[in-house]
Design a protein around this ligand. Structure first.
Ligand SMILES: Cc1cc2nc3c(=O)[nH]c(=O)nc-3n(C[C@H](O)[C@H](O)[C@H](O)COP(=O)(O)OP(=O)(O)OC[C@H]3O[C@@H](n4cnc5c(N)ncnc54)[C@H](O)[C@@H]3O)c2cc1C
Length: 405
């Protein structure tokens, strides 16, 4: 077993850390205060190769392995969750799904510009009346000739108001919809420019304020048959597949947030005095900081294992889910304690920990809530759930090299 990162990993980690620290960290408090998403971030991330991270070079990606996606996610969320969310939806949920399930034409038309960062992509599953219960979606795709016509509304969609390409899930079999049979759901690539498509930004959100979260509506949006991803009726499986990659980025990102809480708390505990000593000298403050360290190290090992499984081409739904569940719940604990370590100062946005506290909660809800993940892990153990092979899998990363062949 080798726990070392290679030179390529370390270089990526370092360059993302430097860029986010230099270009985003000094501005993030103002962006957050103003609830402002800055689209200028996209060309910068593209220049770093981040919008094509872990995508093969033949499609214009960085050609790096899946651990690189995790490392980039961890470094981005160390600075702000909004940065990591971009990787989650653009690379994790959308591009890696097209890589695994898309046709050659779809890859050339959509994946190549996404990997280069010329087009931004996201994932539209959730609707006003259905989140955890994905079979409860109401969007429909009616086929007429060689076209589908999509009608419905998607809600709580990251980058909804700025993305160009949307991986959208809708019922293409209305009889199966009545029976809630998920083999009636299909996946489609929808372009923003399509007639009948409109989007907006959610204004009432109280976390990830420097990120764009919104909704989009489709009114008889015409989608050519070639834009169906996978086969008709494979949409539900594709959505679950996509979540395996999205959850991986969320796990690694939440790990970065725990580290940010830990570092801010250590710094403050050495600066602030109470009862004549640095507050770090008080045992109960030490206890909070020690917990952050143990959560950070455990969360990191869990996402690294999931990334390794992806590299060698093994199914990692169970391990990725565990990593996501553990890291997000631990990040909530870390952020709450980081505010506590900062006392009243933690309750002001003069310090970053209040932002961490608001940001961490989203990840305990999206890509499978805490409760859904808890149920999944119990079901694996109890034998009520098992991962079955899907028709398309994530391509392994140079499996021969990793196996030392
Ligand atoms: C900031 C943000 C960004 C998001 N980005 C995206 C995106 O890009 N694309 C996208 O498609 N979606 C996105 N979402 C939506 C997200 O995936 C959903 O909010 C999530 O799946 C939960 O669904 P829900 O909000 O409808 O809650 P519900 O499913 O209504 O759940 C409400 C509560 O009931 C509990 N619950 C539900 N079912 C069960 C059960 N069977 N057993 C026990 N408890 C249960 C839940 O755990 C939760 O506590 C985003 C959400 C947020 C907050």
């Amino acid at each position: 077993m080798n726990f070392d990162l290679n030179d390529e990993h370390r270089l990526l980690e370092q360059s993302v850390r430097e860029w986010a620290g230099r270009e985003v960290a000094p501005r993030i408090r103002e962006l957050d205060r103003q609830h402002r998403f800055d689209p200028a971030i996209f060309p910068q991330m593209a220049a770093l190769g981040l919008l094509g991270v872990s995508l093969p070079a033949e499609y214009g990606g960085s050609g790096t392995d899946y651990l690189s996606l995790g490392l980039a996610s961890e470094e981005l969320e160390y600075v702000d969750t909004s940065l990591r969310v971009i990787l989650s939806v653009h690379v994790g949920l959308n591009s890696l799904t097209l890589l695994s399930w898309g046709t050659q034409e779809q890859k050339q038309r959509y994946l190549v510009p996404q990997a280069a960062g010329r087009k931004i992509a996201t994932f539209g599953l959730t609707e006003p009346s259905a989140g955890s219960d994905a079979r409860g979606i109401q969007s429909v795709a009616i086929k007429r000739g060689d076209r589908y016509y999509l009608t419905g509304e998607k809600m709580w969609i990251s980058l909804a108001d700025v993305a160009d390409h949307f991986l959208v899930f809708a019922w293409s079999d209305l009889e199966k919809k009545k029976k809630r049979d998920p083999s009636g759901i299909s996946a489609f690539v929808v372009e923003r420019a399509s007639a009948g498509f409109s989007s907006g930004t959610l204004k009432e959100k109280w976390g990830i304020l420097a990120g764009n979260t919104g909704f989009f509506k489709m009114e008889e949006v015409e989608v050519p048959e070639e834009n169906i991803v996978g086969r008709p009726g494979e949409g539900f499986k594709i959505a679950m597949f996509a979540l395996d990659q999205g959850r991986f980025t969320v796990a690694a990102g939440a790990t970065g947030l725990i580290r940010a809480c830990r570092d801010a708390s250590v710094k403050y505990a050495r600066e602030r005095t109470a009862f004549g000593v640095e507050i770090g000298q008080h045992q109960l403050v030490k206890e909070m900081i020690a917990q952050m360290e143990s959560d950070y190290q455990a969360a990191r090992l869990l996402w690294l294992r999931a990334g390794w499984l992806k590299n060698v081409g093994r199914r990692s739904t169970r391990e990725t889910g565990l990593a996501k569940w553990f890291a997000t719940v631990a990040s909530e604990r870390a952020a709450s304690d980081a505010v506590q370590v900062h006392g009243a100062n933690g309750y002001s946005d003069e310090y970053p920990v209040g932002r961490f506290y608001r940001n961490c909660k989203g990840a305990v809800i999206y890509e499978g809530t805490r409760e859904i993940h808890k149920l999944m892990q119990a079901d694996y153990l109890l034998g009520y759930r098992a991962d079955r092979p899907t028709r398309c899998e994530l391509p392994p990363y140079r499996a021969a090299d990793l196996a030392g062949e």
